[in-house]
Design a protein around this ligand. Structure first.
Ligand code: DGL
Length: 260
């Protein structure tokens, strides 16, 4: 089956990286809207326009399902895309439920983009889980830029995260939920900064499980076969050796973060 993974940039590769591990027989298209990244600091109207155009392109590639591997695009556009197209469209949901199922009475920090944390979708999720007094939200926009320029574990990344995260009294928190797919590249620094009891949760497995449920695909875990991946940077197929090497570097980084 041909399945598209869409993101504003290279964050969505983290969701695809997990999918490639458990669905190695499938054919994947990765679409990173590199000309327009970041989405999280733009207006919802602008993001909706970008997503709408990318969907038109992906549907023309005859894909059988689209994974919106971007919390920001999910928040703004997934409902509208489902109204427009009948193929399975799977969005991201910050793993707040997972955190609360594990530790029902402990606080959770959901880190995401500005659009995601101010959006209606996250408000509804918090209300549904009765987590008004447990969920705290924080935007970490600089991480998107650090990830895009492959600055994964620098002193600047660490200083930025220390500044942003030391304002919380972590003994009251069970988890940090990564509500932006770009944040998966920084799990080692999160771990270094946060006390050891704080779990770092992402939505990747949940999203891929939902893809499997919706498409009725059979998971066949074995070594990922990267030959079945076609990548686009905003409608341009990635064929250039330098760009392929850049993607490979992201995938290697994700391999390292996967084990954490
Ligand atoms: N990767 C995206 C997300 O999951 C958004 C990053 C951005 O473009 O600001 O929210």
């Amino acid at each position: 089956m041909k399945i598209a993974f869409f993101d504003s940039g290279i964050g969505g590769l983290s969701v695809l990286h997990h999918a490639m591990k458990i669905l190695p027989q499938e054919e994947f298209i990765f679409f990173a809207d590199e000309d327009n990244v970041p989405y999280g600091t733009k207006s919802p109207e602008e993001v909706l326009r970008f997503v709408d155009a990318a969907f038109k392109f992906l549907v023309e590639q005859n894909v059988s399902a689209i994974v919106v591997a971007c919390n920001t695009a999910t928040s703004v556009a997934v409902r509208k895309m489902r109204e427009k197209y009948s193929l399975p469209i799977i969005g991201m949901e910050p793993a707040l439920k997972v955190a609360l199922d594990l530790f029902p009475d402990r606080k959770v920090l959901v880190a995401a983009t500005a659009i995601t944390i101010t959006g209606e979708k996250i408000r509804r999720l918090i209300a549904r889980l009765h987590a008004e007094n447990l969920a705290e939200l924080r935007a970490l926009p600089n991480l998107v830029n650090f990830a895009e320029r492959q600055e994964f574990a620098s002193a600047a990344v660490e200083n930025y995260l220390r500044e942003e995260l030391t304002v919380y009294d972590w003994k009251n928190f069970s988890s940090l939920v990564l509500g932006c797919t770009h944040f998966n590249y920084f799990k080692d620094t999160f771990k270094k900064i946060l006390p050891p009891h704080v779990k770092i949760l992402d939505g990747n497995a949940g999203t891929v499980n939902e893809l499997i449920r919706r498409t009725k695909l059979q998971p066949t875990p074995q070594a990922a076969n990267r030959q079945q991946l076609t990548a686009y940077y905003s409608y341009r197929r990635v064929t250039d050796a330098e760009e392929i090497a850049r993607l490979e570097k992201f995938l290697r980084r994700l391999d390292e973060m996967y084990m954490l």
